[in-house]
Write a protein that binds this ligand. Structure first.
Ligand SMILES: [Zn+2]
Length: 238
């Protein structure tokens, strides 16, 4: 589905999001969600009048399993380069355990729904990346849309926000979420499975002054307030 002109989302339910960013006929994918979302990719590309041949890069906001879903398949079958912040590369390769401790509070209905959704989309057969390129804080990536990287550690050590200035959008990954898959609560909040919540909140100061009109999280629907408003809501809901 189209979110704004030039940005589409796979994962129509908004539970686990994978974004397509189109610039001059070429596509950057941001986050690969769950493995099973791959089957929705051709249809979504077609809605942009594009095909898999137009995909130039996959950029990961962080190394969690529900963001790398179909990444290894895209890399090995389509030879599309995959990149992640250097501090999350080992996580994306499966060389270190997920730094998140426990799930936090859960509600059976919403969390069960999320687990079932994940199960149906291959959440249990996620392949780690055998190889992944890395980038650093402040880099402007040489991929369609030329996003600038803002490191926002806390959810994971290498969590990064991507600023697509030409789209007036921030793709925030799990720097914060607008839907808690564990409880079903909506609105900007610390994402479930965050390794260091205090650090994650402090990191939002790094995006608060960026002038954009839409923030797109890894879980949940778009937030159309400012980054500073999102930060305020996340702090209040802590
Ligand atoms: Zn995550």
């Amino acid at each position: 589905m189209q979110i704004v002109p030039g940005i589409h989302r796979i994962g129509d339910e908004g539970l686990v999001n994978s974004y397509l960013v189109e610039e001059s006929g070429e596509i950057t994918i941001v986050d690969a969600g769950l493995a099973g979302l791959y089957r929705e990719l051709p249809k979504e590309l077609a809605s942009l009048s594009r095909t898999l041949d137009d995909v130039r890069a996959l950029v990961l906001t962080h190394g969690h399993g529900d963001h790398i879903g179909y990444a290894e398949r895209l890399r090995t079958q389509r030879h599309i380069p995959v990149s992640v912040h250097e501090d999350d590369a080992a996580l994306a390769r499966g060389e270190v355990p997920n730094p998140a401790k426990g799930t936090g509070k859960t509600k059976l209905g919403p969390f069960g729904g999320f687990l079932w959704y994940s199960l149906l989309r291959g959440g249990l057969r996620t392949k780690h990346l055998a190889a992944v390129s890395t980038f650093g804080d402040g880099a402007t990536l040489k991929v369609p849309g030329a996003p600038r990287v803002i490191l926002t550690p806390g959810h994971t050590p290498g969590s990064a926000v991507l600023h697509f200035a030409s789209k007036d959008a921030l793709l925030v990954g799990d720097a914060f979420a607008t839907y808690a898959v564990t409880t079903g609560e909506r609105g900007p909040r610390v994402a479930p499975f965050t390794a260091n919540a205090s650090q994650a909140i402090e990191s939002l100061a790094r995006i608060e002054d960026i002038d954009v009109s839409i923030l797109l999280p890894g879980h949940g629907d778009p937030f159309t307030g400012s980054p500073a408003e999102a930060e305020k809501l996340v702090r209040e809901r802590r």
